[in-house]
Design a protein around this ligand. Sequence first.
Ligand SMILES: *Cc1c(COP(=O)(O)O)cnc(C)c1O
Length: 376
Amino acid sequence: MLTKTKIYLSSPHMGGSEQKFVNQAFDTNWIAPLGRNVDGFENDIKGYLGGNNEVAALSSGTAAIHLALQLLDVSKGHEVLCQSFTFSASANPIVYQGATPIFIDSESDTWNMSPELLEIAIKDRIEKYKKPKAIIAVHLYGMPYKAKEINDIAKRYGIPVVEDSAEALGSTYNDQACGTLADVGILSFNGNKIITTSGGGALITKNKELKNKAVFLSTQARDNAPHYEHSSIGFNYRMSNVLAGIGRGQMEVIDDRVAARRKNYNFYKANLSKFNTIEFLDEPKGFFSNRWITCIKTNSFAMREEIRLALQQDDIESRPLWKPMHMQPVFKDYLSYTDGTSENLFNNGLCLPSGSNLTQEDLERVLNIITKTPNL
Ligand SMILES: *Cc1c(COP(=O)(O)O)cnc(C)c1O
């Protein structure tokens, strides 16, 4: 009997040109956090995002969020409102800055930050003489958040927005690229994301000075002098020229990657939505998701676990949705504005295998296990 191979949630998928660009870095000896691949990768992203955006390639998405908060002058004693339903890397940099996170629950149309709860939180904090210093909103699983509503509220109270687009390269909101919808946007190229440099990230802004400041801070904040002169604290957050070579190869195939992930979603939806125990998250009008991960919402924790364990039995990786930050032990003492939406998603939701390199056979194998689950 043939042994079955493991099916992963989301694994790297090289396009073919990556090694050519990496070799160029070796051939020219630019084995450093600068060089032609870094410039080239930044230009590729810029071109892909469209519009008038500046891009700084960095060592990770987390680094990009950390720098974004510094560009917005978030520091000790400030409060930052952050989407609770997300990966911890959205919130950790708030604490790196000595600031205080306050968590905002999701709404059910996009599973992202609830504009209503956001405004309630802002009003409440202002009443307590603690006007929030920034907002971090997340396009979770590639689904855009309600950018107009969030931006309108942010403008009304004069609070800048950091757009965590780590999972949403290739998603658009009213035809505008995710990552370009707020004051500062960030991307991630971690190994599990829609394209990868093995590890990497980017900061996006329309303000050239902010981009320059991000690059300055990411390369140890060296002042202009022949010796090493420093008048601020810097970081070692710039992207390696070797890894940027991988990124250039990946940017050649980004459209295929988005198409493949969307195809996965459509396959699962076409075959599973007939079961009334399973729900999918449709795109509201004007929202285009890269469908980084296909998520299902089941009708109970028990149902979710039944499917997850059956898949595991067949060496297929699936995973509960992100555990909200307000439920995490490390963040439990922070204030939050919640209504149960993300807690419910966490309890009942499951991420299905969603890589762009899944074959039709792989998808059928996953489907076959799910449809055989007894109580479906
Ligand atoms: C992956 C991810 C990040 C962090 O990106 P890294 O490149 O892994 O540091 C931040 N936010 C979200 C929502 C992510 O999924």
